[in-house]
Ligand binder design. Structure first.
Ligand code: NAD
Length: 356
């Protein structure tokens, strides 16, 4: 088990440290090596994805990632933005499918802003395409129009093969769940989406045991708030997936609870919490480390086929929630307030109790 550890910036370093404590318990033989990325990469080597970091990622079986980003990035040129390091890494390793489960822990039902009956039992996965769309499409840039006004532009672009591979990833995922895929696009307005829908519809019959439906992204956003439990697997493009997955995150109460896995053609994956580097709370020992710890559980399951160890970690997280441990983002009246490190220690303790 060779794991490249990339804590990144801000709370990334704090939450990854907790996930590593958990790793030491459930997979003490795992080899880990750390490398800087994002602002940490810029500080160490002058670029957001330094060559030694990419090299380490290529050699590793899996990557445990924190988050990248600093406050006030508006004036930083794109090639020197911390987030560019992550985009480059996803592209270099062809990690094209991002799995973002949104699961309602029964213990946290009061932390959601939605009514309990709307979110009770919520269990969905958003499969977001990661290598295409307006995030990578060319041409992009700024120009000046005939009126002398500046214009910014991007290209939303998808090829058939890009859509097909992520659609297949979503159908396969649905086969391990409730066998429903909802493909989300904006085919009534955008050509890239029209092609998306055609390809997903063409791939669908290869999975006759999976029910396929389609929604426009505006309707999907509404349905996610209104009746989120109707969804099993949602598959969508990079841009729509970015937005919908954060909305789905909030259904469950806090972005600090949600893990993700980015996978490509083999079992090598990049595992990271859905949240960013949260400069507003960085360095204060108040970030919720559970999303990072649950990302580790996804790694054990997906990259190393260690289903038992993955379940142990998930059960330990359930146990600490049931015991009333809460970081500030999921705090509820009468619960036990803890910081990042103490939450990590509580999960470790719960794992030790399982073994006893
Ligand atoms: P963010 O996810 O960092 O924070 C959004 C809000 O959620 C903040 O109020 C933050 O305090 C809170 N929050 C996030 N994670 C939390 C946790 N674990 N526990 C408790 N509260 C938590 O998003 P943002 O503020 O839009 O972005 C901050 C920086 O992170 C930016 O530089 C952005 O580009 C970057 N970012 C990186 C990634 C990534 O590395 N994959 C993802 C999103 C944003």
């Amino acid at each position: 088990m060779k794991i490249a550890v990339m804590p990144g910036d801000g709370i990334g370093t704090e939450v990854v440290a907790q996930a590593l404590k958990v790793l030491r318990i459930v997979a003490p033989h795992a080899e880990t090596q750390e490398a800087p990325i994002g602002e940490a990469g810029i500080q160490a080597h002058g670029v957001p994805l330094p060559a030694p970091t990419l090299e380490l990622a290529r050699k590793a079986d899996a990557i445990l990632f924190g988050s990248v980003g600093v406050a006030d990035e508006a004036d930083i040129p794109r090639e020197r933005r911390p987030g560019t390091g992550l985009l480059q890494l996803r592209e270099a390793l062809t990690l094209y499918a991002n799995f973002r489960p949104a699961y309602m822990f029964p213990e946290l039902i009061g932390a959601s802003t939605l009514r309990p009956e709307v979110v009770d039992g919520l269990d969905l996965v958003i499969v977001r395409e990661l290598n295409g769309d307006a995030y990578f499409g060319q041409p992009r840039g700024f120009e000046t129009n005939q009126a002398g006004e500046r214009v910014g532009f991007n290209t939303m672009r998808y090829s058939e093969s890009e859509v097909e591979r992520v659609a297949r990833a979503a159908f396969e995922c649905a086969r391990r769940r409730s066998r429903k895929v909802c493909s989300v696009d904006k085919a009534n307005v955008l050509e890239a989406s029209q092609l998306w829908r055609e390809v997903v519809t063409r791939v669908g019959p290869d999975y006759p045991d999976v029910e396929l439906s389609h929604l426009f992204v505006d309707a999907a956003a509404m349905m996610l708030m209104r009746r989120p439990k109707q969804f099993d697997v949602i598959v969508t493009g990079n841009l729509f997936g970015d937005i919908l997955s954060d909305a789905a995150a909030m259904l469950t109460g806090s972005i600090g609870m949600l893990p993700s896995a980015s996978l490509g053609y083999n079992r090598k994956g990049l595992y990271e919490p859905v949240h960013g580097s949260a400069p507003d709370i960085a360095g204060k020992d108040i970030a919720n480390p559970l999303a990072a710890i649950l990302s580790l559980a996804m790694m054990l399951r997906e990259s190393f086929e260690m289903e038992d160890a993955a379940r142990r970690v998930e059960q330990a997280v359930r146990a600490v929630l049931a015991a009333g441990y809460r970081t500030a983002d999921i705090h509820q009246e009468g619960m036990r307030s803890v910081g990042t490190r103490d939450m990590g220690d509580a999960v470790v303790e719960a794992l030790r109790k399982q073994a006893a």
